[in-house]
Design a protein around this ligand. Structure first.
Ligand code: 5GP
Length: 186
């Protein structure tokens, strides 16, 4: 069987990676599988263990790092996030096109290890729009909003490392563009 394509979907926090990813998964012809990440963050009310994330303790996570079980990992706003390598390779061997929805530090690690990965960076229509989205979705203090925005600006600076940059001006059209890119690369 033909091995699947490894796809990295990254972009600054608040750009809407999760929403675009969910839209993309509606297209069954893409034969996608989602790489479920591991995190030390506590689950949000609607999140399900083994669907949204594998929720683990810091000790468990650090053991996985030590044992080389993660394809990449990063610390993001105080929590660890990482991609279990064996799970990704199993899905690729099964012929699935595996999508990693990850932040930029992790994306750069995967690029270094897997040159054949299809890499896509999602950008907001403008930094003003990103600010509106970050403010809109959370009830955070001004200092935290400022911290996230400063982080987003740094994250935006990595976009040249990616094969494709897609603007998330509208969820449906961004997902359509990404679907087209994936099909071109199969
Ligand atoms: P959240 O806490 O909002 O679910 O995720 C925070 C950030 O971590 C998002 O940008 C998300 O894409 C990213 N993320 C989720 N899983 C992983 C992972 O396995 N590795 C890395 N590097 N980032 C991840």
């Amino acid at each position: 069987m033909k091995r699947g394509l490894l796809i990295i979907l990254s972009g600054p926090s608040g750009v809407g990676k999760g929403t675009v990813r969910k839209e993309l998964f509606k297209d069954e012809s893409l034969n996608l599988a989602y790489s479920i990440s591991m995190t030390t963050r506590t689950a949000r009310p609607k999140e399900i263990e083994g669907v949204d994330y594998f929720f683990v303790s810091v000790d468990e996570f650090e053991d996985k790092i030590k044992n080389g079980e993660l394809l990449e990992y990063a610390k993001f706003v105080g929590n660890y996030y990482g991609t279990p390598q064996a799970y990704v390779d199993k899905l690729l061997d099964e012929g699935k096109n595996v999508l990693l929805e990850i932040e930029v530090q992790g994306a750069l690690q995967v690029m270094a290890k897997r040159q054949d990965a299809l890499t896509i960076f999602l950008v907001p229509p403008s930094l003003n729009e990103l600010e509106k989205r970050i403010r809109g979705r959370r009830t955070e203090e001004e200092s935290v909003v400022q911290e996230r925005l400063a982080k987003a600006t740094k994250e935006m600076a990595t976009q040249d490392e990616y094969k494709y940059v897609v603007c998330n001006d509208n969820v449906k059209s961004a997902a359509d563009k990404i679907a087209h890119i994936i099909k071109e690369n199969l």
